[in-house]
Every structure is written in structure tokens, then in C-alpha cells.
Design a protein around this ligand. Structure first.
Ligand SMILES: Nc1ncnc2c1ncn2[C@@H]1O[C@H](COP(=O)(O)OP(=O)(O)OP(=O)(O)O)[C@@H](O)[C@H]1O
Ligand SMILES: [Mg+2]
Length: 241
């Protein structure tokens, strides 16, 4: 399963990492692949930064796949929600190469993915923003499906439509979308309302506090296009999802 999104910082890596850990804990044999060779984050998020070799090392012939797959500890069997039989292995990006699109689009990459598929129930592939760079394109036709990550308040309908077109043109199978950046009370990091601090238990006070908190939510910075191979995209509509 390929995980992608229209823009940078939409939450792809977060979704990929959490989905990998959750499905492995639920008893699935999972391999999480970092195919964003430009700004890889998976290893760091999982505290595996000391592993400097990875996918790029395999694709350039420096390492064998079995040498760079890392077994990620899932915690005690007694842990809530943990089911036996699950396993999570991580293939980090490895050293950042000068030619990421070429490597991810190579035949060797197809072989690596097939090898991984033979060893796991689920192979999750984290990729860079598809409207920014085309690196993920060659992975789409061979994948069982594509999971689209969309960030509420930022991802536009036009961007999603464009992404859908690109996926369809590449013969990818869209599986559905995950919306990130929700603004509920148990919100994520800086996105939570945190309106308790405003005190007041009345309905009116809570509503006012909620509105104030909503107004404080920072506006994300504009997207900065990355590197080569841009897939031409000019959203025609700026209305967020
Ligand atoms: N569900 C979420 N709600 C709010 N913020 C989130 C959510 N998921 C991730 N974030 C935050 O958004 C930022 C970007 O997340 P992440 O690195 O997962 O995105 P990405 O799409 O992989 O980015 P990139 O395009 O750079 O690879 C991080 O600071 C992360 O903590
Ligand atoms: Mg990412």
C-alpha cells in the first residue's frame, strides 16, 4: 500500500508509522518502507536514526535487503491491544541520494517491493507529496492500493481531484483517504482547543473559548515546491476540504 498526499506536511509519515505499528500490534506481519528519499522521517520518528543504511543503499547496490531491514520492537505481549504473531520491520531510506526519482523508479525498486511482499502480510510505503514530486508514480501501478492523506483546512478539493487523476492515469487503485489535522478537543499537538484554561463552565463561556481557540490555530506556511520532476499542478480552487 502506497501512502501519499497532495502536499508536503500533510501527515503522510505520521499515518504510515502509526498504521504500521497498529496493524503489527494487531497481529499482522508488516514492513514499513521509507520511499521518501528526499526528506526521510520514518527512522527518526521510530527512534531508529542510528541506522544510516537503507533503501537507497540497496538500490545503489551497496547493501543487501536483508542487511538493512530493522526489526522494530512492538512492546510486551501483555501490552494493551497487542496480539501475537505480529511483526514490524522497517526499511529506512538510507543515505540521501542525488537521484531519488531515478532510484525509486528503477527496476531494482520493483524487485525490492516484490521481495518485501513475499516476506510480509502488509507492505506500507511512505512517499513524498505527489503534487510536488513524481517519485511515487512508478510505485502506483504495482501497488494493491493507494492511501490518500488529506489535511483538513489545507488540502483543497482541486488538489485531491488532481491527485485522483494522477493516480488513475498511473493505474493506481485508490483505497480511500485519511483526514489529518482535526480540531477536536483531544486534538493533535498544537491543534487542540485547550479551552479549559479559559475557565467558565457555562455553555456560553465554553462556546466563546472554543471560538477563540479556533481563531488561534496557526495558519500553515505556504508550500515550497521541492526539487526536480514537478508534476504540474495549479489548483484552480482554493476552497479547503
Ligand atoms: N493528524 C494530524 N493532525 C495534526 N498534525 C499532524 C497530524 N499528523 C501529523 N501532524 C503534524 O504535521 C507535521 C507533518 O507531519 P508528517 O511529517 O507526518 O507529514 P508528511 O506529509 O509526511 O510531511 P512530508 O511531506 O514533509 O513528508 C508534523 O509536524 C506532524 O507532527
Ligand atoms: Mg513524510
Amino acid at each position: 500500500m502506497v501512502i501519499t498526499s497532495p502536499g508536503q506536511q500533510d501527515g503522510k509519515t505520521t499515518v504510515a508509522v502509526r498504521l504500521a505499528v497498529a496493524t503489527a500490534r494487531a497481529g499482522t506481519r508488516v514492513i514499513l518502507v521509507e520511499a521518501d528519499l528526499r526528506r526521510p522521517q520514518v527512522a527518526q520518528r521510530l527512534g531508529l536514526d542510528e541506522y544510516t543504511e537503507g533503501l537507497a543503499s540497496v538500490l545503489t547496490g551497496q547493501r543487501h535487503l536483508s542487511e538493512v531491514l530493522i526489526d522494530y520492537p512492538l512492546g510486551e505481549e501483555s501490552q494493551v491491544g497487542a496480539t501475537s504473531g505480529g511483526r514490524l520491520r522497517v526499511l529506512p531510506a538510507g543515505p540521501i541520494p542525488p537521484n531519488p526519482s531515478e532510484l525509486v523508479g528503477s527496476e531494482k525498486m520493483q524487485r525490492v517491493v516484490s521481495d518485501l511482499e513475499a516476506q510480509a502480510d502488509l507492505v506500507l510505503i511512505d512517499t513524498p507529496a505527489l503534487l510536488a514530486v513524481s517519485d511515487a508514480l512508478p510505485l502506483l501501478p504495482g501497488a494493491s492500493g493507494v492511501l490518500i492523506v488529506a489535511r483538513l483546512g489545507r488540502t483543497t478539493r482541486a488538489a485531491i481531484r488532481r491527485l485522483q487523476q494522477i493516480i488513475a492515469t498511473a493505474n493506481g487503485v485508490p483505497l480511500g483517504a485519511v483526514a489529518t489535522g482535526t480540531r477536536d478537543r483531544e486534538g493533535y499537538e498544537g491543534y487542540s482547543y485547550g479551552y479549559y484554561e479559559h475557565g467558565g463552565s457555562s455553555w456560553r463561556a465554553r462556546r466563546r473559548a472554543r471560538r477563540e481557540a479556533r481563531d488561534r490555530i496557526p495558519v500553515p506556511p505556504p508550500e515550497i515546491p521541492r526539487a526536480e520532476d514537478p508534476v504540474s499542478v495549479q489548483p484552480t480552487e482554493s476552497r479547503p476540504v
